[in-house]
Design a protein around this ligand. Structure first.
Ligand SMILES: NC(=O)c1ccc[n+]([C@@H]2O[C@H](COP(=O)([O-])OP(=O)(O)OC[C@H]3O[C@@H](n4cnc5c(N)ncnc54)[C@H](OP(=O)(O)O)[C@@H]3O)[C@@H](O)[C@H]2O)c1
Length: 243
């Protein structure tokens, strides 16, 4: 049984890093949060217990089957109000030695999953003539970055997709925006060598990396307020790039 007043927000990769902060912020805003995960089952279960009004769902979003699993789960729960396309990965390598298999994996995880999930899950929003889609892009999609040719391409594609999806879904009062974080302290950036992290910090006018919670606050704002914003890319980067 589903409660017709229940508003569901799905956060892909919602158990770790930026996604976890988005799950917490949306829970605080009153949503029932779908915490999607692929490998981080323990973290997803712990977060579900912490949030209370939440559920977990496992899917590898780099596959069509994974996207189908998410669609069926939400159909059984009566639909979706907010979709946060946050799941993503990077496999860094210089252009000349980057592998085609890695290209396919990063494109499938970051770009194809965002397109497919939005395409399929927007149906629930179209029926209700309301909804919000928030895509987590990256400053690298605007600036480029050595060794991140594939990652940067996928994020630039997400920015462009955000604009087209916003135009196509506007007649149904569905708002589609993207957030492009700069360097945020998560395991993705913790994996960078210390000298690289120090170099990055020098390029940030505010003099520090951001926190996942700072991205979560913007997601909450786009999910619950920002009624006249659609098709925009919101940069959160401590001043390192002005979009
Ligand atoms: N940290 C930064 O500085 C930064 C800057 C700009 C943009 N971003 C973007 O922010 C998003 C979150 O990254 P993060 O920094 O928070 O790192 P993270 O903790 O590593 O988060 C990545 C998430 O993506 C999920 N994921 C990866 N591959 C997946 C797959 N095949 N199927 C389903 N889920 C998959 C992971 O789920 P499991 O752990 O369950 O496998 C994980 O929860 C990414 O899109 C990233 O590009 C990050």
């Amino acid at each position: 049984m589903t409660d017709s007043n229940q508003k569901i927000a799905l956060v892909t990769g919602g158990a770790t890093g930026i996604g976890k902060a988005c799950s917490i912020a949306l829970s605080q805003a009153g949503f029932t949060v779908g915490i999607h995960y692929n490998n981080s089952e323990g973290a997803a279960d712990a977060l579900k217990r912490e949030l209370g009004d939440a559920f977990t769902l496992k899917a590898d979003l780099s596959t069509l089957e994974g996207v189908d699993t998410v669609y069926e789960e939400l159909k059984a729960r009566g639909g979706l109000h907010v979709l946060v396309n946050n799941a993503g990965m990077a496999i860094d390598a210089p252009l000349f030695s980057a592998k085609v298999e890695d290209f396919d994996q990063v494109v499938a995880t970051n770009m194809k999953s965002t397109w497919l999930l939005t395409k399929r899950l927007a149906r629930f929003m179209i029926r209700k003539k309301t909804g919000r889609v928030i895509n987590i892009s990256s400053v690298i999609g605007s600036t480029g970055n050595p060794t991140q040719s594939v990652y940067g391409m996928t994020k630039a594609a997400i920015d462009n997709f955000t604009k087209t999806a916003a135009l196509e879904l506007a007649p149904y009062q569905i708002l589609v925006n993207a957030i492009a974080p700069g360097f945020i302290k998560t395991r993705m950036t913790d994996e960078l060598p210390e000298d690289v992290q120090a170099e990055i910090k020098k390029r940030i006018p505010l003099g520090r990396v951001g926190t996942p919670e700072e991205v979560g606050k913007m997601v909450k704002f786009l999910a619950t307020e920002a009624d006249y914003c659609t098709g925009s890319i919101f940069h959160i980067n401590g001043g390192m790039y002005c979009g």
